[in-house]
Design a protein around this ligand. Structure first.
Ligand code: FAD
Ligand code: N01
Length: 526
């Protein structure tokens, strides 16, 4: 086989399609029993995208983007999963996907110039190229709370939600976490459960989605010039086409600033963070946006103590992934929803009956862990990956992930990581970043073939230079000030480095295109 791809999310699907276009033989190995990745696993109530569906979708095929119809501004998980399945069927991808196949080891055989992959079933698969499309947010993480196994009721993780319906009717439900997943799930679970207790350690900023049914006019405004709008989005910092204000928050007067925030709050969605150009680089500018959102929280939540507990104060707005919700803050006005502020009363243990904090026990029938992921590196390091000389990726990344362009790690020939650490990935519309990386790998493989080489590999100096650059750019922003999963802080013992590339999707693309145009500088061919 020419190539083996690990993962059948959007990245793996598009990669397979492009490799076939090159005339290469390729197979996807996928742990799940269907395609979809994120949208296969994250079936929790309320799960939906926060990049508008007209943009959170593939752009590589004009007929596909014209024919598919989204029912809402932000599609819900079942619809996005249907879309992934449609793509797999439309491009006849399933015949080269092996489901229920988890890769546990991938090793480069230097003598044969081949990757040898081993599955948990003990099977060996070999291929010239190995493409990791294993996802940035696919290694779900349960918290290390003592007594977790002793709980008598049902437990769930948002990122490993069961396929059969979960009915919380009449139950006392507890949810641990208040990140994006929890913020989407809480309003929906609250409607069903007899009582919902939200265990919050760090409050998060959330913007209303103002989700609505798709209207023909809006859909038409995209579809009538889809290719052009997609091209434009690729040049932008986040890969999302929404109104960007070029002004600083500090160069307009207070009324104008308030007006801008109010308009964006009313329109909803992550475009709020594009209200001014310096919200993520200037603390004083950022404070104005954070203050605005805190005022909205206090206006929505009727109980002043609860409102105060929900107000984030320990990180600049946007430096943890901004959340987008449907009725999140309003949910705390329900008589059957309780907020437990873990900063005041930390969790001591999970007991057979519920969750015990320093203030006492909360009796529960079910617990939902919305506790996130070992992001960006978790799925990769969940396998044993060995490159030249048996060097493992775990050792190579002992001080934090390093990779040239976030695409290839030095010493790991012919192994590519789609949206790997050091690329814009999670800071962007991931569909744009996935397509860009897959196209880049396709071009690189075509180049390799044209020059008659067997291997391509990142140069160690190029890798070091890229990591230095990525760090410099990150430290020009406010992002490293937050204890976020971008920094690896949520995983005990994980090296704390800012993992995604923050230079912007458009800039990153220009850099990659320049490198390719100059004969793939920083890559070694043999
Ligand atoms: P994934 O979809 O994560 O797919 C990776 C696949 O690899 C999985 O199917 C997994 O089972 C498989 N795999 C991993 N390890 C192995 C192994 N060892 N062996 C075999 N198979 C393996 N991004 C946005 O841009 N906009 C959004 O609105 C948005 N919403 C999100 C909502 C949620 C709830 C989450 C969790 C993430 C969201 N994201 C969003 C990010 C999302 O992960 C990406 O947009 C995108 O779906 C990633 O696709 P992928 O193919 O790279 O990875
Ligand atoms: O995970 P998270 P997520 N005790 O890591 C808490 C994407 N996504 O699944 O902040 C108590 O953000 C933790 O608290 P703290 C998006 O990129 C997108 O919600 O560590 N609490 C935090 O509140 C997102 O960023 C959408 O103090 C504990 C929460 O659990 C990423 O996926 C929807 C704890 C984890 O939040 C991850 O989001 C969903 C403990 N021991 C996901 N351990 C969209 O809307 C952890 N926590 C598109």
């Amino acid at each position: 086989m020419d190539a083996v791809i690990v993962g059948a999310g959007f990245a793996g699907l598009y990669m397979l399609h492009r490799l076939r276009g090159l005339g290469m033989t390729a197979t996807i190995l996928e742990a799940a029993d269907d395609v979809g990745g994120t949208w296969y696993w994250n079936r929790y109530p309320g799960a939906r995208c926060d990049v508008e569906s007209m943009q959170y979708s593939f752009s590589f095929d004009e007929a596909l983007q014209q024919e598919w119809r989204w029912s809402e501004r932000f599609a819900a998980q079942p619809e996005i999963l249907r879309y992934a399945r449609h793509v797999a069927d439309r491009f006849d991808l399933r015949r080269d996907i092996r489901f229920n196949t988890r890769v546990e080891r991938a090793a480069f055989d230097e003598a044969a110039s081949l990757w040898r992959l081993r599955t948990t079933a003990g099977e060996e698969i070999t291929a010239r190229h190995c493409i990791m499309a294993t996802g940035c947010l696919s290694a779900a993480r349960l918290p290390d709370i003592p007594g977790r196994e002793t709980f008598r009721g049902a437990t769930y993780h948002t990122g490993r939600w069961p396929h059969e319906p979960v009915d919380f009717t009449g139950l006392r439900v507890g949810i641990v976490g208040t990140g994006s997943s929890a913020i989407q799930a809480i309003p929906v679970i609250a409607e069903q459960a007899a009582h919902l207790t939200v265990f919050q350690r760090t409050p998060n900023f959330s913007i209303p989605s103002r989700n609505r049914a798709m209207d023909d006019e809006y859909e038409g405004s995209w579809k009538s010039r889809y290719a052009e709008r997609r091209r434009h989005a690729r040049t932008l910092r986040t890969g999302i086409d929404y109104p960007l204000n070029p002004l600083s928050a500090l160069e307009v007067d207070a009324d104008a600033r308030e007006g801008e925030y109010a308009t964006r709050w009313q329109k909803g969605g992550t475009a709020f963070m594009a209200a001014f150009s310096d919200l993520l680089t200037n603390q004083a500018a950022n404070d104005t946006a954070a203050d605005f959102v805190r005022r909205q929280i206090r206006a929505i939540v009727k109980n002043p103590a609860t409102a105060e507990a929900l107000c984030p104060t320990n990180h600049p707005i946007g430096t943890k992934r901004i959340c987008v919700d449907t009725g999140y803050y309003e949910t705390f006005n329900r008589p059957d929803v309780t907020l437990v502020d873990l900063r005041r009363t930390p969790i001591e243990a999970i007991t057979p009956e519920g969750i015990r904090t320093s203030a006492g026990e909360h009796a529960l029938d079910a617990i939902v862990f919305a506790t996130g992921f070992d992001a960006m590196t978790g799925a990769l390091l969940g396998m044993e990956i060995a490159g030249r000389g048996g060097e493992t990726l775990a050792r190579h990344w002992a001080a934090g992930p390093v990779a040239y362009l976030g695409l290839m790690a030095a010493g790991f020939p012919n192994m590519f990581m789609i949206t790997g650490p050091g690329s814009p990935s999670v800071l962007s519309n991931m569909m744009v970043s996935i397509e860009q990386h897959v196209d880049l790998v396709t071009d690189l493989l075509a180049h390799l073939r044209d020059r008659g080489a067997a291997t391509v590999e990142a140069d160690a100096a190029a890798e070091e230079g890229w990591v230095r650059h990525a760090n410099e750019v990150a430290h020009r922003t406010l992002y490293p000030r937050a204890n976020s999963w971008y920094m690896g802080v949520n995983i005990p013992g994980k090296p704390q480095v800012f993992m995604p590339y923050i230079g912007g999707v458009g800039t990153y693309r220009e850099i990659c295109d320049g490198i390719a145009a100059r004969g793939w500088e920083g890559f070694r061919f043999a």
